[in-house]
Design a protein around this ligand. Structure first.
Ligand code: ZN
Length: 315
């Protein structure tokens, strides 16, 4: 069912018609940034997400229509930290003349081992082909998985919108203030929910290591079998090690993600007798009708699955 949804959902899903739009034409690199931008820009802006709902933005292949949208945009919103190498290439080749907002500006990135994200483009083009050194450390781009850090995203997007459209400043500031307050409350709710799990049980196995910032912010340890991505398979030894660890530490929270290959996780589930506790949303939102159509809904959905799974509650 997911595969069908993936195949059938065009990147255009997040573009809503903005009748009476007076503000700028904005392009966001992927669904999470598009939602944040919509919360601040409202119907004043024309907005397009390039990598839409349930689309893996890591190894994304843009279409010619994406490049055309870029040419006409006043503002492009990207995550940065090496997340959207494809976008940087598009910007260079499209003749884009607008302003570029990097939502992670001002954030001190945590570092991650490059080989944990094979198949992805995090290290920048070419760099991952360097085999002469050991595991390289590259910036972890998934800063949106810490709701506290999303405040930087709000500030950067708001400043970009105001610079592109000063007439909309009052609206953007009002929307941004309301959104920031909602995210502060969301962050507190996440902490209160995690606090319901005994400390020793705050461990989750999932399919790609997108939750580094989440883990640091909320005190949850994430384990992902090395090699698990949409493109690479982990070795039998790596999967065996993880299975022994799951048993030894009595880990019960096993998850898939909305964009990753489920085969290895299903194998781990079979061998440990654990049930996969559902699907977490990491790097992409769901379609409007799904469980995580906004950034805020994504957190509520993920937490509502994570907490009972970590506690080992009967499903
Ligand atoms: Zn990722």
């Amino acid at each position: 069912m997911l595969r069908r949804a993936l195949l059938c959902s065009p990147a255009l899903l997040l573009v809503r018609p903005a009748l009476g739009q007076q503000g700028p034409s904005v392009v966001a690199s992927f669904s999470i940034l598009a939602d944040m931008t919509r919360q601040i820009g409202g119907d004043r802006i024309a907005l397009r997400a390039i990598a839409g709902a349930d689309v893996d933005a890591h190894g994304f292949q843009p279409k010619p229509s994406d490049a055309a949208a870029l040419t006409n945009a006043a503002l492009v919103i990207r995550n940065g930290l090496g997340f959207e190498g494809w976008l940087d290439r598009m910007i260079r080749s499209s003749g884009f003349k607008g302003a570029l907002v990097t939502t992670t500006d001002g954030i001190t990135p945590r570092m991650m081992q490059a080989h944990h994200h094979h198949g992805h483009d995090h290290g920048g083009a070419g760099r991952r082909h360097n085999h002469s050194v050991g595991p390289r450390q590259v910036p972890d781009p998934h800063a949106w998985q810490d709701v506290g850090l999303a405040q930087h995203y709000i500030r950067n997007i708001t400043a970009g919108l105001i610079a592109a459209d000063s007439a909309g400043e009052a609206l953007y500031r009002r929307n941004a203030a309301a959104y920031a307050a909602r995210l502060t409350a969301l962050d507190q709710w996440v902490r209160a929910e995690i606090a319901k799990v005994p400390e020793a049980r705050r461990k989750i196995v999932t399919s790609h290591d997108a939750f580094g910032y989440f883990g640091e912010a909320y005190g949850v340890r994430f384990l992902a079998p090395q090699g698990v991505s949409t493109e690479a398979e982990p070795s039998a030894a790596e999967v065996g090690r993880l299975i022994r660890q799951i048993r030894a530490e009595n880990i019960t929270a096993l998850f898939m993600e909305n964009m990753a290959n489920p085969a290895t996780l299903q194998r781990i589930a079979q061998e440990t007798g654990l049930r996969v506790r559902g699907r977490l949303f990491a790097d992409a939102l769901s379609a409007e009708t799904g469980p995580a159509p906004t950034y805020e809904a994504m957190f509520r959905h993920n937490i509502s699955l994570m907490v009972p799974a970590m506690r080992g509650d009967a499903a």
